[in-house]
Design a protein around this ligand. Structure first.
Ligand code: NAD
Length: 440
């Protein structure tokens, strides 16, 4: 990036590997300097990034700061505060036969050169949060922003080199061809966020070099609504979680699972909740985002007749506006239930009760998140114990991923591995086993 002509992937990786081999990235002072540099960039150029996010996704400034810029700053601050503690060697008890003078511990070694491949839906947060974790762990990093958020990709490529060590951090912009070329190289870790089809391509490429991967994928995250819950509160929280970023959130509640009676009572509450969030004409709301491109707009459009429209159902291809939509009486086999929606459509599917809901969830791919709205301890415990998902939100969607001390990641089809806070250090380090037996 400091070079007049684009650097070939092999040269780029060799250059970053040489930096790593020099030992420069290992001292904690270097790591914290990078994190401070990144923080300064986000503070000084928050507006530039917010404008880019608006250009790419119609994101409001409030949303851009809350879910991307300030989110990343908080992760930096949390890491700066705790990094020394996280890196401290952990003593391990030694078996007696090794003698009383033997000691053992683990230490965190950085891996080397990390590749971070990011998607378009939160193009700042999902690029920079893994990157800062990799830097905090003492690695060099190549970041590949999504070509589907071109303004953000360009802004990041322009800004990062001004604030970070350019011998240790590089931005490679581009699409399939550029990513494929990068994936041919040997990295020491690949961190990929996006869909499972590409996840498989990444994992296959990584296997060639025995490179470890984290795959942060998606899927259909269910929201189970129990009988006898406060449906006004449930609807408010569901609508906020679902329609943030026009539904283009990996952990958005994908569909509602509830009994028929609760479904009927929930419908008017969702209509009200949407109206309270975005007014009677959401297209005029400055807080409501847009669909990323025409392809996704058309894909979502084809899902609109999967059920009875409770609210929304309209759109405008020219501006990529798709109304916040709720569909009722949705058949579990309907098109909207066959793929991750990743847009502002909330189908309500009915089941007879908790037992059937548990089966419904377990019959399908393990989701990235499961949300449960209930007043019953038994329901909470059964859902936690009898289903598997990347994360579990009891009473509130999305928020678990804002807790830096929780690991964020999927399971099964929703991915493997995790990050955030200390879990990023775990992911981007090798935990080396050390045993010492004094010679005399
Ligand atoms: P995308 O199209 O931006 O692709 C992701 C990245 O993969 C991009 O950088 C892209 O350039 C690269 N890519 C695309 N095709 C490739 C190929 N053939 N070879 C190599 N690289 C390639 O984003 P997307 O996949 O549409 O993202 C949406 C999906 O990501 C959803 O399924 C969503 O749930 C998931 N997601 C998951 C998380 C999470 O944290 N678990 C977060 C956001 C999105």
């Amino acid at each position: 990036m400091t070079h007049p002509t684009p650097e070939q992937p092999a040269d780029l990786v060799a250059r970053l590997r040489a930096t790593f081999r020099s030992g420069r990235t290992k001292p904690v002072e270097w790591r914290t300097a990078q994190l401070r540099g990144l923080r300064e960039m986000l503070t000084a150029h928050g507006e530039d990034l917010a404008q880019a996010l608006h250009a790419d996704l119609g994101k409001s400034s409030t949303e851009a700061y809350r879910t991307e810029i300030d989110f990343t700053v908080r992760e930096i601050d949390h890491t700066l505060e705790h990094l020394d503690g996280w890196l401290r060697p952990q003593a391990a008890p030694v078996p007696a036969y090794l003698g009383a003078d033997a000691t053992a511990w683990t230490r965190y070694d950085p891996l080397g050169v990390v590749l971070v491949i990011a998607p378009w839906n939160y193009p700042v947060q999902l690029l920079l949060t893994p990157m800062l974790g990799a830097l905090a762990a003492g690695n060099t990093v190549v970041v590949k922003p999504s070509e589907l958020a071109p303004a953000t990709s360009a802004a990041v490529a322009r800004l990062l080199p001004r604030y970070l060590d350019t011998d240790a951090v590089a931005v490679v912009e581009g699409a399939v061809a550029e990513t494929t070329a990068l994936l041919a190289e040997r990295f020491d870790h690949i961190f990929y966020t996006g869909n499972g089809v590409v996840g498989r391509i990444v994992m296959r490429a990584a296997a060639e070099h025995l490179t470890p991967v984290v795959l942060e994928l998606g899927g259909k995250s269910p929201a189970f609504v129990d009988r006898d819950t406060d449906l006004a509160v449930v609807a408010d929280r569901l609508a906020r979680g679902k329609f943030l970023n026009a539904g283009q959130t990996c952990v958005a509640p994908d569909y509602v699972l509830t009994d028929p009676e609760t479904a009927r009572a929930l419908e008017p509450e969702l209509v009200r909740a949407v109206e309270e969030l975005f007014g009677t004409e959401p297209r005029r709301s400055t807080e409501y985002g847009r669909i990323v491109n025409e392809r996704h707009f058309d894909r979502l459009g084809s899902l609109l007749d999967s059920g009875r429209t409770v609210t929304g159902g309209t759109g405008d291809r020219a501006t990529k506006y798709l109304a916040p939509t709720v569909l009722a009486d949705v058949d579990p086999e309907a098109p909207v239930m066959r793929e991750e929606i990743f847009g502002p459509i909330l189908p309500i599917v009915t089941v007879s009760g908790l037992d059937e809901a548990v089966d419904f969830i377990n019959d399908r791919d393990k989701p990235l998140a499961l949300y449960v709205f209930t007043e019953s301890d038994t329901t909470r415990e059964r859902m936690a114990a009898e289903t598997s998902s990347g994360g579990l939100g009891l009473g509130l969607p999305l928020a678990h991923l804002t807790v830096s001390d929780l690991p964020f990641g999927g399971v099964g089809e929703s991915g493997m591995g995790s990050y955030h806070g200390r879990y990023s250090i775990e992911t981007f380090s090798h935990r080396k086993a050390v045993l010492e037996k004094p010679l005399s």
